[in-house]
Design a protein around this ligand. Structure first.
Ligand SMILES: [Zn+2]
Ligand SMILES: [Zn+2]
Length: 321
């Protein structure tokens, strides 16, 4: 097969667009989509100047998504004095898994010259995910604990670095799965929150819930294309799955989505197009009587309860030890 743009040998065929692309045109098309998303979501504020730059914290796990995101953000903004990039990695305390992916993070950031910080659950909460999975006082999947801890660390460190934006490597498949899960769970308030937390253009979000705003510039790029980009650019990505991963519902949705996409190419894109429109309407509708956020009595994090979810989980884990 030949590249539709230049006739060189194609490395990929996107069923949803019908395009065959060579390595060069493919990597450029990924970069173009990321830059367009950054523009459309209004992530670079008009008033950012070299004298008064904005700080962007990138959640860097060492997996292909965040590695590709870091590389493209670096290539786009390294010479732009209005933007300062910081990569933040989390050590969850998972034997034999996280050490390898942190090596990938260090290799990448050293090569690019991006500031890199690492924090651990052990230092932050006094727990390691291996112990959490073993104790499991709330009878949940390990990912449920880990997600609460990760959000807490990311938002606290984003504040510590005086970040204006927190960027994560969620791709099109991740976002379309989340959209479908919200539909199937019938949770429209969750759809509204999704819009305000990370999906909507920055200035259209109705309520920022006191956290540093988040954004997902890779969310127009299918997972397979992110993987191909990492491979073609020879990026140091760690591909092993987390040994604790067991989100059964998301796994089912993943398989369903792959089948749908196979039979009806473009399904992920059309789900997201409709979902974004609906999410904007839901955010406006729910924005007016959104639950008031107070501060956690223990740690001061923004929460709708007396004690935030993270502090409740740490307490449950201490009780089970
Ligand atoms: Zn080409
Ligand atoms: Zn708390």
């Amino acid at each position: 097969m030949q590249c539709d743009k230049c006739g060189a040998e194609a490395v990929m065929h996107a069923a949803y667009s019908g395009l065959h692309l060579c390595a060069d045109h493919f990597t450029r098309s990924v970069e173009k989509r990321v830059r367009r998303r950054i523009r459309e979501d209004g992530l670079v504020p008009d008033d950012a100047t070299p004298e008064d730059p904005v700080t962007w914290v990138i959640g860097l796990s060492g997996g292909k998504d965040s590695v590709v995101l870091t590389r493209i953000l670096h290539d786009t903004f390294a010479k732009d004095p209005r933007i300062e990039l910081v990569a933040l990695s989390i050590h969850e305390g998972i034997e034999g898994y996280r050490d390898r992916s942190l090596e990938a993070c260090e290799e990448l950031t050293a090569e690019l010259g991006v500031r890199h910080e690492t924090v651990s659950y052990a230092e932050e909460f006094g727990v390691r995910m291996d112990e959490v999975a073993e104790a499991d006082p709330e009878n949940m999947a390990p990912c449920a604990y880990c997600g609460v801890f990760r959000r807490d660390v990311l938002s606290r460190y984003a504040e510590r670095f005086d970040a204006d934006l927190m960027l994560t490597g969620h791709n099109l498949d991740d976002e379309a799965e989340t959209a479908l899960m919200n539909f199937l769970e019938g949770d429209i308030e969750q759809v509204a929150k999704h819009f305000d937390a990370s999906l909507g253009p920055l200035e259209e979000r109705t309520e920022q819930d006191h956290h540093v705003p988040r954004a997902k510039p890779l969310r127009d790029v299918p997972e397979k294309e992110v993987a191909l980009y990492a491979q073609l650019e020879d990026l140091p990505a760690h591909i092993t799955e987390c040994p604790h991963a067991e989100d059964a519902f998301r796994g089912e949705i993943q398989r369903l989505m792959l089948d749908l996409e196979e039979d009806h190419p473009g399904t992920r894109h059309s789900i997201m197009a409709g979902y974004e429109e609906l999410a904007a309407l839901a955010a406006t509708a729910y924005g007016e009587d959104r639950q008031e956020y107070g501060e956690c009595e223990r740690c001061g994090a923004p929460t709708g309860r007396d004690i935030c979810r993270k502090c409740a989980l740490v307490e449950a884990l201490e009780g089970s030890a």
